[in-house]
Structures are given as C-alpha cells and as structure tokens.
Design a binder for this molecule. Structure first.
Ligand code: CAP
Ligand code: MG
Length: 400
C-alpha cells in the first residue's frame, strides 16, 4: 500500500521550532498526541507519520508529510479528510497552517471519477476545442418558475452552452424545483428547435446525502440533462452518492460555495487543489475553480495549477471541466483564455444579464468575445462589426 504525501505551509508558534511544529502535525494526524502514553504498542510504529522534508517558504515553511497508506480506509473520503485536514488546524504549536496539496497512491483511489468528464460534456454540446459559455440565472433567487424559464430561453437564444441555477436556489416555495425544471426544459426545447443548439441546464439538487439520489432521479425523470450540487455545503458524500449511482446518467456540475472560508487565506486553511482532486475522484464532471481576473479574491497562479489537477493524468480517471466564474464579462474573456486555456467553462451571470440590451445580447457578446480571442483578434477591433460585443465593452471595458 503506497503512502499518501501531504504538503503543508505552516508558521510555528514563536516558542516552537519548525521541526517540532511539523512533528506535531504528523503525530496528531497519525498515532500520537500531546504527551507520551502507556497504551502504545510497538506494532503501531508502522502507522507513524513521517516528516520527509521541511523547507523555508515566505514567512514560514513547507513540510512534506508522509502518511502510511494503511491509516486510510480506502474509498472513505470523509476519513481521508479527517487525517489530512483534521485536528492539525487547531494545534497551538502552529500560528498558521495550510494544506497545499496531496499525492494520493493508486490504492486510495478506488473511485470511478467523472462519468462524462470534459470529453463527454463536449460531446453533448458538440464542441471539440472552444471554451464553453455558461450563465447563471440571475437574480440568484426570487424569480417564478415561468420567469426563470424565460431568462433561460433568452440565454439559449443568445448561444450559451450551459445554464445553471445559482448556488442558493434549490426547492424554495417561490420557485419549486420540479415546476422550474419542467418550464426551463420546455423553453430549452423551443430554443433548440430555433437554433439547433443543445443547451445543458444544471438544476440545483443540493440536499441531504440520503435524499440526493432520489432528488436526482426525479429531476432526470422530469427531463433534467445536468444536475448541480454545492459540494461543501452538501458534503463530498452527497456528490459521491449521486455520481456513483448508475441511474444518474447526466453530468454533474459541482459548485464550491463556502470554499473561500478555507481556501482564501494564503497562510491558513485548505487550498483548492487537494479539494479539486477529491471532487474529481468522486465524480464531479464540472467544478468551479475560480478566475484569472474576476470579482472573487483569488491567487490566479494557483488557479492554473488547480485546473491542471482536474485535467492532468490521474489513474485513468476522466478529466473534470474547470468552471471559470465570478464577475466575468466579455471584456475579461481574452485574459481568462490566455491564462487558463480553452478547456474551460466561462460562466457569467451579471456579465450576461447585465448587458444593456438584455440576456440574449449578453450571451451573444460572451460568444463573440470567445470567437475573437480564438481568432486572435483584439476585442475592440472585433466589436466594430459585432454590435452586442461593442455594447458590452462600452459598459464594462476590456479588463477590470
Ligand atoms: C457568479 C456566481 C458564482 C460565483 C462562484 C455568484 O455570478 O453565480 O456563484 O462565481 O464563485 O453567485 O457570484 P456573477 P466561484 O457571474 O454574476 O459574478 O466560481 O469562485 O466559486
Ligand atoms: Mg452563484
């Protein structure tokens, strides 16, 4: 059984040496505690963690810690997290500690990964290379089912590939999920008969783990062609239950709301990368990983590597589509593609519905910005004969 290697940035407490601090992480997450104990048996030594390396980094250090594979229950993500991201964050001997990344041995990846992955989602839409363009229904909550469907219809006419519920919209009384879903799918069918273009609608089935498969099955029965789950509020187990169920034959869009509670601070918490690896393992077909220049705080060089964790080779698992979202508008598209490549879903809510000529025009402007970028034509030049893009650039400029 291979070992799991974890990388932590940390700052020792003033009265603690770096090696003592790193040892404290190791002990706490494997076989130790704060003091010697009489109950330890010699055979347990094989389960002791090991500090492989400590090196200075910025205001602190990076420790490479080797966890014996045997301390993990293969396939139990919750237990993995209890080790690699458990009590250690509260240790007094550390002033700050951040889990940066993990190398997982194949024996600890008994998962099937995404059912569709990038290739499968592209096949549904009929693309091979270009970035997908998505929108989020806005206002994020409050619209009736009929008005939600009307917004979706306009976005589809404008050329989006994906429409999603916002992360806080599920099955509230003002917009019951089944009614919303049926109305949106009817409108997307109408749009498709006019445009010939397939559009995915990620309906947000976020709910408790013991009910989410049933919620997904019911949504598919009503015509859903994609499901959405908020992984950090619903739990990894909810996403895994949905993704691994054979009856769920549509892709799963994974939103990461709440992530910034632990990913944002560059000195303390959990970086997005190890979390992205776990979401890919349990079967997320698409996952938000941030923008190069949008509204959310981000460490953009991390986003590039986070997306690589979703797309790089990983024991034969399919790739997860990185979703670029948060304050995006057409003027930001070139920089996103330049920084993050074309295997991305560019998702804009306000950047489409806030267009001066409405949602369909906003969607067209996003598609035009993508086309201009792929043809290496500066946006302002391309806008000369693309009215919707011209209007968007006038409103928001080319780069924030
Ligand atoms: C974007 C969004 C997404 C955020 C999530 C929002 O809307 O719908 O949830 O992008 O951030 O609610 O803010 P706008 P991340 O396009 O109108 O900003 O992708 O970093 O998880
Ligand atoms: Mg949102």
């Amino acid at each position: 059984m291979g070992d799991l290697i974890a990388y932590y940035y940390f700052k020792p407490r003033e009265d603690t040496t770096p090696s003592r601090a790193a040892e404290a992480i190791c002990e706490e997450e494997t076989t130790g505690t704060w003091t010697g104990i009489s109950t330890r048996q010699s055979y347990i030594k094989r389960l002791d963690g090991v500090v492989d390396e400590i090196k200075p980094e910025k205001e602190g250090y990076i420790a490479t810690i080797r966890y014996p594979g045997e301390i993990f229950e293969s396939g139990n993500i919750a237990q993995y997290l209890s080790v690699i991201a458990g009590n250690l964050f509260g240790l007094k001997s550390l002033n700050a500690v951040r889990l940066l990344d993990i190398n997982i041995p194949e024996e600890l990846v008994p998962f099937k990964g995404p059912k569709f992955g990038i290739t499968g989602v592209r096949r549904l839409i009929g693309t091979t290379k270009r970035p997908h363009v998505g929108t989020i229904i806005k206002p994020k909550v409050g619209l009736t089912p009929a008005d939600t469907a009307a917004v979706a219809y306009e976005a589809a006419l404008g050329g989006v590939d994906l429409i999603k519920d916002d992360e806080t919209l599920t099955n509230q009384q003002f917009c019951p999920l089944h009614e919303r879903l049926q109305k949106v799918m009817d409108k997307l069918d109408s749009a498709r008969s006019e445009t010939g273009h397939m559009v995915l609608y990620a309906v947000n089935v976020t709910t408790r783990p013991d009910k989410i498969v049933e919620a997904g099955q019911k949504a598919i029965e009503l015509g859903a062609n994609m499901l959405m789950v908020d992984v950090f509020t619903a739990g990894f187990g909810a996403v895994q239950a949905l993704a691994e169920d054979h009856s769920i034959k549509v892709p799963i869009h994974v939103h990461r709301t709440m992530h910034a509670a632990f990913t944002r601070n560059p000195e303390h918490g959990i970086a997005m990368r190890p979390l992205a690896r776990l979401v890919r393992m349990i079967g997320g077909d698409q996952l938000h990983t941030g923008t190069a220049g949008g509204k959310m705080s981000h460490i953009s060089e991390e986003v590039v590597a986070d997306n690589e964790a979703l797309k790089g080779s990983f024991y034969g698992l399919k790739q997860t589509f990185p979703v670029v979202s948060g304050g995006l508008h057409p003027g930001l598209v070139p920089n996103e593609i330049k920084t993050l490549g074309t295997d991305i879903v560019l998702q804009a809510g306000g950047g489409i519905h806030g267009h001066p000529d409405g949602t369909a025009a906003g969607a067209r402007a996003m598609r035009q910005a993508v086309d201009a970028t792929l043809e290496s034509i500066p946006l302002h030049e391309y806008a000369h004969d693309h009215y919707e893009l011209e209007r968007a650039l006038k409103q928001w400029g080319v780069r924030r």
